[in-house]
Design a protein around this ligand. Structure first.
Ligand code: PGA
Length: 241
């Protein structure tokens, strides 16, 4: 059975005070959320502790947005697996296109980070996806296959989530057609040794398109940026019909 996983990616948004406000609005909306839906908030490092302390036994799971491959060391600006698990983190986004694009992340470093996450008992959410240029040139599927192949070398597929995030759909309001995302996600699944890995779609997921996205048979959840910042919109997504 594939798990349904609904994750928010706050990116570099929200101070600790703002995260507490978010929780006040969001926690009550989870009372009607059907069982079997995993709800994750991937928040800035400085918000992890405050969220962890304010979950009050709720079903929200805590996620981070990066982890370094070393257990410790002279890596200014990085964070280790143990530092994350100590504050209750269970999930970590790895290889987000913004990390690949702006911070020089490569398939090799993504693979190292995935290994480190699993070594520390964290479940990685591996992001893959193509640019507009690559899509227009007909290179999307080959590029995604290459990312999957290289990123997943020696990775345990029983403790993994993948997010297909076409870069041209991130933060643009330009969603990938649900059927097209379903097709690409089916292709990704055919490359895996474990067909039960949950595969999410990400890129301009909003309250007005969540029902159609989640109706697709290959799509097991969503990774949500902008629409996870407001309690009402993220609640509508988590409580999709
Ligand atoms: P978006 O971001 O929902 O704002 O498009 C998605 C993501 O980057 O994970």
């Amino acid at each position: 059975m594939r798990k349904i996983v609904l994750a928010g990616n706050w990116k570099m948004f929200k101070t600790q005070a703002e995260s507490e406000d978010f929780l006040k609005g969001f926690l009550p909306t989870l009372e009607d959320t059907p069982f079997g839906r995993e709800v994750i908030l991937c928040v800035p490092f400085t918000d992890l502790n405050v969220i962890s302390r304010n979950l009050h036994g709720s079903r929200i799971q805590l996620g981070a947005q990066n982890v370094h491959w070393a257990d410790n060391g002279a890596y200014t600006g990085e964070i280790s697996g143990e530092m994350l698990t100590e504050v209750g983190v269970r999930y970590v986004i790895i290889g987000h296109s913004e990390r690949r694009q702006y911070f020089g992340e490569t398939d090799e470093t993504v693979n190292l980070r995935l290994r480190a996450a699993q070594r520390h008992g964290l479940t990685p959410i591996l992001c893959v996806g193509e640019t507009k240029q690559q899509r227009d040139a007909g290179e999307a599927e080959a590029l995604i296959s290459k990312q999957i192949k290289e990123d997943l070398v020696d990775i345990d597929q029983s403790n993994l989530i993948i997010a297909y995030e076409p870069i041209w759909a991130i933060g643009t309001g330009d969603t990938c057609e649900a059927k097209e995302a379903n097709h690409i996600i089916g292709n990704i699944r055919s490359q895996l040794t474990n067909p039960d890995v949950p595969i999410q779609y990400g890129g301009s997921v909003k309250p007005n398109n969540i029902d159609e996205i989640m109706a697709q048979p290959e799509i097991d959840g969503v990774l949500v940026g902008g629409a996870s910042l407001e309690p009402e919109s993220f609640a509508r997504i988590v409580n999709y019909q």
